[in-house]
Design a protein around this ligand. Structure first.
Ligand SMILES: C[S@@+](CC[C@H](N)C(=O)[O-])C[C@H]1O[C@@H](n2cnc3c(N)ncnc32)[C@H](O)[C@@H]1O
Length: 362
């Protein structure tokens, strides 16, 4: 189904009357289908819409060193008809686009980063458009957009607005390093430095739930571990430093998270296998343990769909005796969901806000 921002773009389809557009983070895989007659590029920072747009890739395996070596930012790319789709945290190319449209992200710092990237990628005299839900902060989005040119409101409907900004000056090349932030953590006397980009969960600080999970993870873990929904790679990195014999893989839907994880690993003298996937869809490797502070929000509304499907898939990937360790807000209905799939579920720790669960497959 077309998302509300895409419906607004569709009302303004006449804007898309020539090749050379860059679409950044479309909220669905369908709007770009409406532009199949045009040669356009699409940058996806989220693997779910990328995989749906290119229709063939269930999961992509990446090496943390390759991720940091990439000059262009591209993790994976695929041509579909006249469209070039990129899965990447950023794009740096000598190409300059005539027009760029950005779907407004949730976090302001993420939006600021996208504006800086778009300003670098657009031709002098070209336009950057921003489309987003009014309650998602389009008003303040307009102010930030004004930092690169004059802003006009093009249209507003479906509780969304479409803004246009003509960029009259050239802007410097985009440098992702300007947006990386670092912070140190210390759990059970193990230190680590965490790197994270805007748009990544707990950007610039450790989440209390993640901290509780890390404090309660047993030191008896052996074999392979999946850090599911790894964000900046905090859980897997700290585990690897505490228990170097573990073989840890890191999975997230977000290219920003995977890039941050690769940077976190480097900061701590580590390397690792990273997986871009939507939930555990397309993952067939087995793990002895899965550890996670899972996602439960998509968009502005609360949504447990990913977690429910994840719990069922986790049980499929764990061998008999394998464990899922998970932290969640204590008011979320996870004991019931875990109990539907796992034979034994126990609470390892609880605070006023969070619970750490261990679910064992017998
Ligand atoms: C609560 S955060 C936890 C991040 C990190 N593990 C931590 O504790 O700081 C959840 C993570 O899930 C990721 N995520 C959201 N939807 C996902 C999906 N469908 N598949 C995989 N990861 C997803 C988000 O990008 C985010 O990094």
């Amino acid at each position: 189904m077309l998302s509300a921002p895409s419906q607004l773009l569709e009302r303004n389809i006449d804007l898309f009357d020539e090749d050379g557009w860059l679409v950044i983070n479309p909220a669905d895989a369908y709007f770009t289908d409406r532009l199949s007659n045009l040669a356009i590029d699409v940058l996806h920072q989220y693997f779910d819409i990328y995989a749906e747009s290119v229709r063939v890739i269930p999961c992509t395996i990446l090496d943390s060193r390759d991720i940091l070596d990439t000059q262009t930012g591209i993790f994976s790319e695929q041509k579909v008809g006249k469209h070039q789709h990129f899965f990447a945290p950023f794009l740096t190319t000598s190409r300059r686009y005539r027009n760029i449209v950005i779907y407004l992200p949730k976090a302001k710092a993420h939006y600021a980063m996208l504006i800086t990237m778009a300003a670098a990628l657009v031709q002098k005299g070209g336009c950057v458009y921003v489309v987003g839900e009014n309650k998602g902060g389009i008003k303040s989005a307009s102010k930030l957009l004004a930092s690169i040119g004059e802003v006009d409101k093009v249209d507003s409907a479906r509780h969304c607005s479409l803004l246009k900004c003509e960029v009259t000056q050239s802007h410097p090349d985009f440098d992702i390093k300007q947006f990386l932030r670092y912070f140190d953590i210390n759990i059970n006397d193990q230190e680590a430095t965490i790197a994270s980009l805007p748009g990544v969960f707990s950007h610039e600080e450790l989440d209390d739930g993640t901290q509780l999970l890390l404090e309660k993870l047993p030191s008896s873990l052996r074999g392979s571990v999946l850090d599911f929904a790894c964000g900046a790679g905090i859980i897997g990195c700290l585990l690897k430093k505490q228990l170097p014999h573990l073989d840890i893989s890191y999975l997230d839907v977000s290219a920003l998270a995977l890039y941050s994880t690769a940077q976190t690993l480097t900061e701590n003298g580590l390397t690792g296998t990273l997986m871009a996937a939507n939930g555990l869809h397309g993952v067939d490797e087995r793990f002895n343990y899965i550890v996670t502070n899972p996602p439960f929000h998509t968009g502005i509304k609360t949504d447990y769909t990913v977690t429910k499907r994840f719990i069922a898939d986790a049980a499929r990937l764990l061998p008999p005796g394998g464990d899922l360790h998970m932290v969640a807000n204590r008011f979320l209905p996870y004991p019931g969901l875990l109990g539907e799939v796992f034979e034994r579920v126990q609470t390892l720790a609880q605070t006023t806000r969070f619970t750490v669960y261990q679910a064992v497959k017998s």
